[in-house]
Design a binder for this molecule. Structure first.
Ligand code: CUA
Length: 173
């Protein structure tokens, strides 16, 4: 009788841990929105600079409140090295690499992707606070790895940035 109650206790403990882990998993993916970097298509790593959207790296407006930052990683820099976006809008980071595996991590955020040759990685983030965020490569990629960095500049308000993006796209508004 004693032994059975111990068995039940262990079973209950096991089930509780399992349910708790499941709850944490659902919370982090659904509520906080942490995802693995999505595989959003294949690309010929030798043709990156001539394949859209990577033929025009930089920031562009997709819709009201939605921007895209197209980034190329290569040994040992990011193009563009400076990404300017407005605060409070969703920024979709679309990135790839021309050579070896790099990482793309924006300090203090959950933006954390692998850049893999031949793959387009995508993740989105909304910067709530204006400021400057360090963008680093966090995957060892050779001699210059520690120098491979850029920055994300988050600006207050959207009007000025929208105009800048329009110019970058070569559009006239
Ligand atoms: Cu690129 Cu480390």
């Amino acid at each position: 009788m004693k032994i059975h109650s111990w068995e039940n206790a262990f079973l209950a403990a096991g089930a509780t841990v399992l349910l708790a882990c499941g709850a944490v998993l659902i919370y982090t993916t659904v509520v906080i929105g942490i995802h693995l970097p999505g595989d959003h298509g294949r690309i010929d790593p030798a043709q990156v600079t001539t394949t859209p959207p990577f033929d025009a790296p930089g920031v562009r407006q997709l819709a009201d409140g939605r921007y895209e930052a197209v980034v190329i990683g290569r040994a040992w820099s990011f193009e563009p090295a400076e990404i300017r976006v407005p605060a409070g809008v969703e920024v979709v980071f679309t990135a790839t690499t021309t050579d070896v595996i790099h990482g793309l991590n924006v300090e203090g955020t959950r933006l954390n992707m692998m850049l893999i040759p031949g793959q387009i990685s995508q993740n989105s983030y909304t910067f709530k606070e204006p400021g400057e965020y360090l963008l680093i490569c966090h995957e060892y990629c050779g001699l210059g790895h520690h120098m491979m960095a850029g920055r994300v500049i988050v600006e207050e308000g959207t009007a000025g940035v929208a105009a800048t993006s329009a110019r970058t796209d070569g559009e006239v508004r």
